[in-house]
Design a protein around this ligand. Structure first.
Ligand code: PMP
Length: 362
């Protein structure tokens, strides 16, 4: 008997149980090879075929246009905070950054050694409780690119809809919302995401980049940092994260079996609505501080009316099989992450627990 909890971790986060079970079945003898996927060459025909299928499935799921390359990289999203300006910005160039929370602020600061960072808009003065309105953005028409973070994992704010930014390529850190809904990839120059929330294990970064951007000279750098080199080598410039790539492929297969991103979007909308309704309907017992139009579907922040109850809430929720509800240490309170692999039943269990807790603790 295996005992699984309802897992609300912000990342590394819950993976679909079917994906874990499949990986378990494959562990000792993957695909009739007599070895696990981790124990064989990325140059072997089995791995190459699996890798190509994973890319094909992702392209189908996200309707990735042919003029975009899909890369399976390493280094976490954080490495690419630096590597993106290295590749997309030349000497003296500037880039626009929309700062809407912790992660976009980090992206901007990590870019500074490589590009003149123009913070075109910031929600900091509003404690990131709302998004800087589009008409307040001070975009530079000559920017090498515009960077934003569609979903802020810590602050729990999300852009609903893709902003219009003119001619500069739009670069998006989708670490915590990729694959959560259908997306018009053609609106973007570059999309990147650390895998450990909606894709698979950590140590893998998925990137979708418009091929013309691979032609940019960027700055002098070792080949290993150059996206064009990774694209030319089908993400096998050096040994890729083979395990991560394989699990990502299983997740893409699982998403297709679920009905694709339209079905996930509907499920994610319903999950978030259920939880926000429970918070808003609690008569102030629980509160979410985010402006309604900016609330994240993926990361739902909430506080208890009395912070003295936090410890009891965390202890009792864990005892009830609800894992990882503690908010980020910078903000306190609670956070429930509702990525694709978190089933509606998990949110129903959380909402029932919250009602029961409020009744018992008055
Ligand atoms: N961007 C966002 C939106 C994130 O949520 C995170 C991680 N939680 C990161 C970047 C950093 O990712 P990594 O740890 O993979 O570098």
């Amino acid at each position: 008997h295996v005992s699984r909890v309802w897992n609300f971790s912000a990342g590394p986060a819950a993976l679909p149980q079917a994906v874990l079970e499949r990986a378990q079945r494959d562990m000792l003898d993957w695909n009739g090879s007599g070895a696990s996927v981790m124990e064989q060459s990325h140059r072997g025909k089995r791995f190459i075929a699996m890798a190509a299928q994973a890319e094909a499935d992702l392209r189908e799921l996200m309707q990735v246009p042919a003029d975009y390359a899909v890369l399976f990289l390493q280094g976490g999203a954080t490495q690419h905070f630096a590597q993106i300006p290295m590749n997309l910005a030349g000497e003296g160039d500037s880039a626009d950054y929309i700062v809407s929370g912790h992660w976009s602020a980090k992206a901007a600061s990590e870019a500074k050694p490589y590009v003149r960072v123009n913070v075109a808009a910031s929600g900091e003065a509003d404690d990131y409780l709302k998004l800087p309105p589009r008409d307040s953005w001070q975009l530079d028409p000559n920017a090498a690119y515009v960077h934003y973070t569609p979903n802020e994992t810590i602050h729990g704010v999300e852009f609903h809809g893709v902003p219009e930014v003119g001619a500069a390529p739009l670069v998006a850190d989708m670490s915590s919302n990729i694959l959560s809904e259908p997306l018009d990839v053609g609106r973007f120059g570059l999309i990147y995401a650390g895998a450990q929330k909606n894709i698979g294990p950590s140590g893998l970064v998925l990137m979708i980049i418009r091929r013309d951007l691979l032609q940019r000279a960027g700055r002098p750098m070792a080949r290993i940092f150059r996206y064009a080199e990774h694209a030319a080598a089908d993400s096998m410039l050096n040994t890729p994260n083979t395990w991560g790539w394989y699990v990502a492929g299983l997740t893409f297969e699982w998403l297709k079996a679920q009905g694709g991103l339209g079905a996930m979007a509907e499920r994610n909308r319903a999950k978030a609505e259920l939880l926000y309704r429970a918070i808003d309907g609690s008569g102030g017992y629980y509160r979410n501080p985010i402006e309604l139009s900016a609330r994240s579907r993926m990361n739902v922040r909430f506080t208890l009316h009395d912070a003295a109850l936090d410890a009891a809430f965390l202890q009792e929720s864990e005892a009830a099989g609800l894992l990882a509800l503690k908010g980020h240490k910078a903000l306190g309170g609670m956070r429930a992450s509702l990525y694709n692999a978190v089933p509606p039943e998990a949110v129903e269990a959380l909402v029932a627990f919250m009602r029961d807790f409020a009744q018992r603790h008055g």
